[in-house]
Design a protein around this ligand. Structure first.
Ligand code: GN1
Ligand code: MG
Length: 356
């Protein structure tokens, strides 16, 4: 495939004419297929667009156009890489029946984990700055690129539905399923929040590897993966940071007994996010933050387990049981977060004495 792409890309992107290209697979994303494109010294990112997951590409284009307009008027301290136009002026290019997008290559480093709480704080500051900046975007003008993406209640119901007809319920799976179903109180808490939390434009996929740090790791150079940018709640963005940054091991680790939330990192994330927000937060939102990591960890766990039962139709896996293992990993993290909830509550109360 890479050879075909290298040959066909110049037909749609005139900037590639004349000199040969090389393509290599790139990054750790689970949804789109990403390649690094090289021509001489210059580099780009080419993304094979996942149409099974993103069935509304025009909604993404619509949202990104709103974003690009805003960033032109009010730049951020980091870049938001947007698709480059092809020879027809379009962001999406069709090659051999598939869709692709091309991006400028951002010089720097992506991390799969952090090496200090200070790094966590920097990452959270960037996402907090983004949320504060995005507060001025008209949330109602943004379209849902994946309907009900972070609706915890619907994800919970979906797992129950899929499990009820599954033929893959071994004893191991049953045990895990039971642990997930015991999380009903968190789902209830979440549904009670929906009417009181303000909707705002959030990133919705704030994994650590969706940031590009400068090569010296002293600052955040770019926030990437903007396809799920749409209306959401602040707790989604802080939550996915907690899930992916404050965990002792990555989400693919199978050393479940060693999976836990690192309190000093959670604290650094809360502080950094708070600093980035610089006051752009309501008391209700503040009160929701101690649950942020739990909600996002539960959502991902539910999704991994559902996908396992459905036969790995959504997430890319490298072995048959990987989604089951990811779901186990997320449950271990969730339990660790829950055992420390009061501690996180305390950290947040100290930032904002009005919150009880
Ligand atoms: C997916 O594409 P990637 O790997 O950045 C997923 C996120 C999950 C994540 C789990 C559109 O993100 O919601 O948190 O995998 N994105 C989509 O690692 O489903
Ligand atoms: Mg990604």
């Amino acid at each position: 495939m890479v050879d075909t792409l290298a040959e066909l890309l110049p037909q749609t992107y005139p900037q590639f004419k004349d000199r040969p290209l090389t393509l290599v697979p790139f990054g750790e994303g689970l949804i789109h297929q990403t390649y690094l494109v090289r021509q001489g010294e210059k580099q780009w990112i080419l993304q094979g667009f996942n149409e099974t997951v993103f069935t509304y590409p025009q909604r993404i284009e619509h949202n990104l156009a709103l974003l690009s307009e805003r960033v032109r008027l009010r730049p951020l301290p980091f870049t938001l890489p947007l698709p480059l136009s092809n020879g027809l002026g379009k962001g999406l290019t069709h090659i051999e029946g598939k869709k692709y997008r091309l991006f400028e290559f951002v010089e720097g480093k992506t991390l799969q984990g952090i090496s200090s709480p200070a790094q966590a704080r920097m990452a959270a500051q960037a996402y907090g700055t983004f949320a504060s900046w995005a507060q001025e975007l008209p949330v109602e003008a943004f379209q849902e690129t994946i309907p009900n993406f972070h609706r915890l209640d619907l994800r919970f119901a979906r797992l129950q539905e899929v499990a009820s007809t599954s033929s893959k319920l071994s004893e191991e799976v049953e045990r895990l399923l039971h642990l997930y179903l015991k999380q009903a109180p968190l789902v209830t808490w979440y549904t009670e929040q929906l009417p009181i939390l303000p909707q705002r434009v959030t990133h919705n996929d704030t994994k650590i590897n969706n940031l590009i740090f400068s090569s010296d790791l002293k600052q955040v150079a770019a926030v990437v993966d903007l396809d799920t940018l749409m209306g959401g709640y602040l707790l989604y963005d802080l939550g996915d940071l907690v899930r992916t940054v404050a965990c002792s091991l990555p989400e693919t680790s199978t050393q479940w007994p060693l999976v836990r939330a690192l309190p000093e990192v959670v604290k650094a994330l809360i502080l950094g996010y708070w600093e980035g927000l610089s006051g752009a937060i309501t008391p209700q939102e503040t009160a929701s933050l101690p649950y942020a990591g739990e909600v996002m960890t539960l959502i991902m766990g539910l999704r991994f387990l559902t996908d396992y039962l459905e036969g790995n139709v959504y997430y890319r896996v490298t072995y048959e049981d990987q989604n089951l293992h990811r779901a186990k990993n997320q449950m271990a993290l969730l339990h660790s977060l829950q055992s420390q909830r009061e501690h996180f509550q305390h950290t947040i109360e100290k930032l904002s004495p009005r919150v009880r």
